[in-house]
Write a protein that binds this ligand. Structure first.
Ligand code: ADP
Ligand code: MG
Length: 402
């Protein structure tokens, strides 16, 4: 990566400086409680490094989609409390998102206490990349650290705008430790993959991942397709998919990808089908040619799992995005779990295995393999765009190295 990172900043310089950090604290909530704090945990190394160096931290993040105005449902206050518990350091929550309103309260926060501002998306200017808003945040500090990989594919005021505003003031805009790690793994596996290089793409919609599939197809030795998107490929082969989820609009693109990929593109050969997506619905294992009527294809079958797992175990570089089936329901989770275990085994043997996608990360967690994988990306959309060969505006705006 040609961008400056926090590791390039002189630790001695940081003492007593105020650093504006953009993190991705956009965690899911269930009935008012944080249901998964992985993103908060992933933000901790940068915050610890800065606070150990004696810097004062002003922390920004978005949460959910509050439509450009304050909405108590999306307040960052509970995130601040969880962050403080996990960090074992005090966090002072400032109930203003705008830098101009937050400036006074921020200056009263004692040394050693992190100042967390309210949800950046409480302001319309955030998604509009408003310059004055970006400047209001830049004015709070002397260095900008962007650690929000999950938001790097968006050109918003707290990402690209703030980086530019800080540079315009004579400061620097650098990647945080998480951002740097994400870029290192995702860029390295694309640039110089050790071969065999395999990609596994699954999940619900082919339309959301066409960019990734077309970009990876010419680079990899094998591209395995699973999940609901395999159904659209089945249709392109002229097969009956019964009552399965299919994207009619993408059948033609699937046909082109099959033609272009040749034997590099590998589809499932058998399927787990049921008429309902429930735990108790009777399931059948059928050849992909034997799907019909009210059958819904909900997982890859055992012959496909064995074939996919064998190819994965023999690979040295693996990119995985998207579950193989409806893994949220036990009856349809086995395909995803076996693939997760195969990727983990390959990594145990020294392969590089990188996983992207929010649901895929949850599936890896469920399969208990997270610690065995080389890298599990915290950014769904951002990792997809990077794998599709696109540039990330949040990264582009950072200060160049050297
Ligand atoms: P990620 O977040 O990892 O990028 P996606 O969001 O693309 O993954 O897809 C995940 C969703 O796809 C899961 O909710 C899963 O239930 C669904 N899914 C996977 N296979 C099927 C299938 N055969 N039929 C219906 N839904 C599926
Ligand atoms: Mg998803």
């Amino acid at each position: 990566m040609n961008k400056k990172t926090l590791s390039d900043v002189d630790v001695a310089w940081l003492r007593g400086r105020t650093v504006v950090v953009r993190a991705d604290l956009n965690v899911p909530f269930e009935s008012g409680q944080i249901s998964d704090d992985q993103r908060i945990c992933a933000s901790i190394p940068t915050l610890v490094a800065l606070s150990d160096a004696g810097a004062r931290i002003v922390l920004l993040s978005h949460l959910g989609r509050p439509k450009g105005r304050p909405d108590p449902e999306f307040s960052l206050a509970p995130v601040g409390r969880r962050l403080s518990e996990l960090l074992e350091r005090p966090v002072s929550f400032i109930p203003h998102a705008d830098g101009r309103r937050a400036a006074g309260p921020v200056s009263n926060v004692p040394d050693g206490v992190i100042a967390l501002l309210e949800n950046t998306r409480f302001l319309e200017g955030e998604t509009a990349n408003d310059e004055a808003l970006a400047e209001s945040w830049a004015a709070l500090g002397e260095l900008y650290v962007n650690d929000a990989f999950g938001a790097a594919h968006r050109a918003h005021a707290s990402t690209t705008g703030l980086a530019r505003a800080m540079v315009a003031r004579g400061g620097e805009a650098v990647a945080g430790l998480l951002m740097a790690k994400e870029l290192r793994y995702l860029e390295e596996i694309l640039r110089m993959p050790e071969r065999p290089f395999i990609a596994i793409v699954g999940g619900a919609k082919i339309s959301s991942k066409i960019g990734v599939i077309s970009s990876l197809l010419p680079r990899v030795d094998r591209l395995l397709i699973g999940g609901a998107m395999a159904n659209t490929f089945f249709r392109a082969l002229g097969l009956d998919t019964g009552a399965s989820l299919v994207e009619e609009d993408s059948i033609e693109i699937a046909r082109q990808l099959i033609e272009e990929g040749g034997e590099r593109l590998v589809l499932p050969i058998d399927c787990v089908v049921a008429s309902e997506v429930t735990e108790t619905s009777p399931v059948r294992i059928v050849d992909r040619k034997a799907v019909s009527g009210d059958d819904k294809i909900l997982d890859i079958g055992p012959a496909s799992r064995a074939r996919f797992s064998d190819m994965i175990r023999r690979s040295r570089s693996i990119v995985w995005n998207g579950p193989m089936g409806v893994f949220e329901v036990d009856a349809f989770a086995q395909g995803t779990i076996e693939i997760a275990l195969a990727v983990a085994e390959a990594c145990d043997g020294g392969a590089m295995g990188v996983l992207g996608g929010g649901d895929s990360a949850a599936a890896a967690e469920r399969a208990g393999v997270v610690d065995r994988l080389s890298h599990v990306s915290t950014g769904g959309g951002a990792s997809l765009e990077l794998l599709a060969g696109e540039r990330l505006p949040g990264v582009d705006a950072l200060t160049n190295q050297g």
